[in-house]
Design a protein. Structure first.
Length: 144
């Protein structure tokens, strides 16, 4: 059984004000995950999966740059499944596209040849299926 996805696209901002506007829209979606993707068609096949190095602060009120750290465990789980599908390691960076995003999120940098595009998207789809099925399995185990 496969699951369809609702996908929203936002063009990356090159300044903090534009980014905050995007993040406010993204956070209102109540989405399950965010994949910040830089995808280009190229003569080479390259892929990078990254998680943010954001750290949780102390106290109940989070600074804008601390918000992604709330979802660190889930973001790493998602990154691990996506990277595993491509036999890559997960990188850690301070990621501007995830700044302020209040949901699990990863960065995915992809270059692929035109004939490999379908394979890349299929592997991404398969890893997302595993991620969401894992969540349901964990939920059943807690209830059972």
């Amino acid at each position: 059984m496969t699951k369809g996805y609702r996908i929203s696209f936002y063009e990356g901002a090159d300044n903090l004000e534009g980014h905050v506007e995007n993040v406010n829209r993204i956070n209102r979606l109540n989405a399950s995950i965010l994949i910040a993707m830089d995808y280009s068609v190229s003569s080479k096949n390259r892929l990078m999966v990254a998680v943010t190095t954001a750290k949780k602060g102390k106290g109940n009120i989070r600074a804008f740059d601390e918000v992604p750290a709330v979802h660190e465990t889930e973001s790493r789980a998602l990154a691990g499944l996506v990277a595993g599908a491509f036999k890559k390691n997960v990188k850690e960076f301070p990621l501007f596209p995830l700044l302020g995003v209040d949901m699990p999120g990863i960065f995915l940098g992809v270059e692929s040849t035109p004939d490999q595009s379908t394979e890349v998207l299929d592997k991404l789809h398969d890893s997302l299926q595993k991620y969401f099925k894992r969540g349901r399995k964990d939920e059943r185990q807690r209830k059972g």
